[in-house]
Design a binder for this molecule. Structure first.
Ligand code: C5P
Length: 232
């Protein structure tokens, strides 16, 4: 798939989500559906948005025993999403089973990417609570390499990590990068932020943009701006 801007549909329900999408007359942004919306509305919201012609990254971050993840991925695959994800910390067997579950009878499947370490985990928590023995950046690299070895298509990471991930896992290994802000925008709760233009020069494949678009006075103009900066 070509590089693109993915809009995070972080809305509480179908009504708010569709009201937002209705603003995009003639444009069909690639969208991300996360836990909040999926748990509120169930798989029907995915079907509805797919029917409207959007590509979908279903961000449910699966993590369970391999057989359970395999069966859950088969359900997601039937929803015809374009990208879905899981936690690399579930291990290589879980990731391999996930690919088996996602693969349809005709051999096609959605792209599968891994969360390495959540950005809410800092060095101290990694060491003290999760008993990690490596520094955080090394842990992210190790999880990315494990995901690549398990046959996954890429990882979610910061644009600042995209180059390193590509060095370790290969150029075609996808980097899907949130934490995007316009140069003149609010950072909100994101700590390490990157502009769409910088994400482009750092080699991100997809940027995930939420509030800078969803909360903008003119969301369509903000989306066009993100596309212009990131895609050129
Ligand atoms: O509003 P904002 O642009 O910060 O939204 C970013 C989106 O990307 C949210 O849906 C958030 O949950 C998600 N995300 C993130 N950082 C990660 C993984 C996912 O911001 N490491």
């Amino acid at each position: 798939m070509a590089k693109d801007v993915i809009v995070a549909l972080d809305f509480k329900d179908k009504e708010d989500t569709l009201a937002f999408l209705d603003k995009f007359t003639g444009r069909k942004p690639f969208v991300k559906i996360g836990m909040e919306l999926f748990y509120a509305e169930g798989p029907d919201i995915v079907r509805e948005i797919k029917k409207r012609g959007h590509k979908i990254f279903l961000d449910l971050k699966l993590h369970d025993i391999p057989n359970t993840v395999k069966k859950a991925m088969a359900s997601l695959s039937r929803l015809d999403v374009d990208i879905c994800n899981l936690h690399a910390s579930g291990g290589s067997e879980m990731m391999k089973y996930a690919i088996e579950g996602l693969t349809r009878a005709d051999g096609t499947r959605p792209l599968l990417i891994a969360v390495t370490l959540l950005t809410s985990i800092g060095e101290e928590r990694l060491r003290e609570e999760l008993k990690g023995s490596l520094p955080l950046d090394r842990t992210v690299e190790e999880y990315a390499m494990l995901a690549a070895k398990s046959g996954l298509d890429g990882v979610v990471c910061s644009p600042l990590e995209a180059g390193k991930v590509k060095d370790k896992c290969g150029k075609s290994f996808l980097t899907v990068t949130p934490g995007i802000r316009f140069a003149d925008g609010e950072k909100g709760d994101q700590v390490r932020v990157t502009t769409p233009a910088l994400a482009r020069s750092l080699g991100s494949d997809y940027i995930v943009v939420g509030r800078p678009i969803t909360q903008a006075a003119d969301p369509v103009a903000a989306y066009e701006r993100a596309c212009a900066e990131f895609l050129g």
